[in-house]
Write a protein that binds this ligand. Sequence first.
Ligand code: SAH
Length: 401
Amino acid sequence: MRQLVELQLKSTSIKDITNGYPLILKEAIENSDLTIEEGSLLRLVDKNNGYVATGYYGIQNKGIGWVLTRKEKETIDLKFFVKKLGEAIRKRANYNESEDTTAFRVFNGEGDGIGGLTIDFFNGFYMASWYSEGIYSFRKDVYTALNEVVNTRGIYEKLRFNRNGQYVEQDDYVSGEKGEFPLIVKENGMNYAVDLNDGAMTGIFLDQRNVRKALRDKYSEGKTVLNTFSYTGAFSVAAALGGSIGTTSVDLAKRSLPKTIEQFAVNGIDYESQDIKVMNVFDYFSYAARHDLKFDVVVLDPPSFARTKKMTFSTAKDYPKLVKDALKITNDDGIIIASTNNASFNMKKFKTFIDKAFKETNTRYKILEEHQLPEDFAVPHNFPEFNYLKVVFIKVMKPGK
Ligand code: SAH
């Protein structure tokens, strides 16, 4: 039987929870030193034991659980999950009907009412990502609900939490048809190869869909494009399909080479006409400067933290330096596409990093576009801090203009 634990909210936290704040922070609880089992249901109450919300207990990097409902009579059972998944899928009807795009997020955690769980659609297959042992304890009901509300070709899953403190490499297959990988999905008419059973990542970050489209449609024709931290080269593919006269993809991971070749190949692009470098981006910046290489478009999409033998990089600290490095090898009138998925700062702060880099190099700039999460990555109303993606398209102005 699932435990039910009553937790008293601090009076200062009640309003947020009532207004839709979905995360249960340890600091929000009066009696927070209780030992609670992962997956327990939490009855959140005020100091007079008055009902505020129901949640579940699941430790993530932030918070100790998520609110599931603010209705006292609503029970957390199969019917609840059918309702939540059904609502989420109906909201995305336009994606379901698109032939041009066959990969998108079906369920986005707290934005769809269940923090700690996301579900992505890949050409008939569904992939669930579980962010705590607590939410994973609801697995059976969630999969039953999913099969009730959609026809799944097959289901895969990723465990994004450590079991007994250890990351477990597992077979991600759950049920239905077994996929043949790479599976080809479409995104605004472009092909992408994905593998749902090959470690933590799939080959494509679906949240950058609109950025890839903008790059292809408006910034690539006749341009040279440098894609740093390129992973499987998804941005390079978009640039090549948009008419770029040459893309360069740079990533440290050895696997990025075959994976990038594959992404070009499934789009009928001769990879030999494109440059793919397996190397440290910071070494590449020096290499490019030494060889007088300059680009019309530079994409910056670093991980929030990166550690190599020689250095550590943190977006929160080092982004201005990254933009400065990029500026040295960007043509006048060129474009820098600066991206980060670091949730610890917002768009306003991100823009101050960009501004700092341009000020310190006496370079003028103009912001042409801004992107955050696309529509399918739903974010709770009134709480933009859950909208972690920030992408800014910056035009580097010619000196004296
Ligand atoms: N831009 C990619 C996603 C980047 S994921 C896309 O749109 O698909 C981050 C990537 O940065 C990983 O592939 C990782 O291997 C790479 N990486 C991390 N540190 C790096 C470094 N110092 N130099 C080059 N690549 C790095």
